[in-house]
Design a protein around this ligand. Structure first.
Ligand code: SAM
Length: 295
């Protein structure tokens, strides 16, 4: 069974740059959102990006960098090369930050903050942010287009890994309990049952791996075939865990307002609003604010 953290480590170690595929227009929207927020931070300010993954939000801000320094932290096992303006640190929980009080002029998070215990993470955010410092958090919206496509991908993975899914048929084939014709028929049934709801990146990839596994069985290399089935199963269940987490952490209107109330108890000003794509689809919530100046 994959841990939440393990699922992300697996994901980021495949060199992905983002946690979801934004189209060009949405990416430009996110870039602009981060770049205009960055105008709040003076040119030598330090900016901490929480739950940074492979640094997508930092990448959005980089074109506007002057003498700013970025620090990206994530609890996944990520070992990204440092850059003259960026320091990355994996295995770091945002609810227990290894930084002194008042260390950063700005704090950001893109689809990451909400995965942690949000109140604890916010307490840490306030602690390490300087008085007068700014923060902006882009968090998943339960009604967003991202959630909708996420749900379809989850259903697709279930049809592969569930008890009677294609992978259990594949196991039966590798264990010589069924014929290649029966395996092919199961593949055809999956295609016709999920017409138009199969993706190249999931089922396309699985079909390619199955062909590879079949070639081992044809050579009677059953042990290797079985190891590849296990590998495929591990990869799909890691992805399933990651997508389920996304489903669970997204905030609806009520959850957002509870969060804004909870963080409003700290010495900050805070506001929130939905973010829409250029074709008017819901993308996320944006929560932003400023730590109060010392009185
Ligand atoms: C959806 S990804 C977003 C990554 C990145 N910000 C982006 O926009 O591509 C969520 C990230 O949150 C990280 N994460 C979840 N809980 C965390 C925690 N308690 N502390 C640090 N990182 C955490 C995961 O490892 C994952 O990389």
């Amino acid at each position: 069974m994959q841990t939440n953290q393990g699922a992300w480590s697996t994901y980021w170690q495949t060199q992905k740059t983002h946690s979801f595929m934004a189209n060009e227009a949405d990416q430009t929207l996110l870039d602009n959102l981060w770049q205009s927020w960055m105008e709040n931070i003076h040119s030598e300010g330090r900016i901490l990006d929480l739950a940074t993954g492979n640094g997508a939000a930092i990448a959005s801000m980089l074109p506007k960098v002057k003498d700013h320094k970025f620090v990206g932290v994530d609890y996944a096992d990520i070992d990204l090369p440092t850059h003259e303006s960026i320091e990355f640190s994996g295995n770091t929980d945002i609810t227990a930050l290894p930084f002194a009080d008042d260390s950063f002029q700005g704090i950001t998070s893109q689809f990451g903050f909400e995965y942690a215990d949000k109140v604890k993470a916010f307490e840490e955010l306030v602690r390490v942010l300087v008085a007068g410092g700014h923060f902006q958090l882009v968090v998943h919206h339960a009604g967003s287009a991202i959630l909708e496509s996420n749900m379809m991908r989850l259903e697709e993975i279930s049809s592969l890994v569930d008890k009677n899914g294609l992978l259990s048929v594949l196991t039966n084939y590798v264990d010589q309990r069924i014929t290649i014709e029966e395996l092919e028929a199961a593949g055809q049934t999956l295609i016709s049952n999920r017409q138009g709801r199969l993706t190249k990146s999931i089922t396309g990839d699985v079909f390619a791996t199955i062909n590879y596994i079949v070639s081992f069985v044809a050579k009677e290399r059953f042990q290797e075939a079985s190891e590849h089935v296990n590998g495929l199963f591990g990869k799909l269940t890691a992805e399933q865990s990651r997508l389920k987490q996304l489903q669970n952490v997204a905030l609806d209107e009520a959850a957002l307002s509870c969060l804004v109330n909870a963080i409003g108890k700290y010495p900050v000003t805070v506001s929130s609003e939905p973010l829409y794509s250029s074709d008017n689809l819901l993308l996320a919530w944006v929560i932003k604010g400023r730590k109060c100046d010392r009185s």
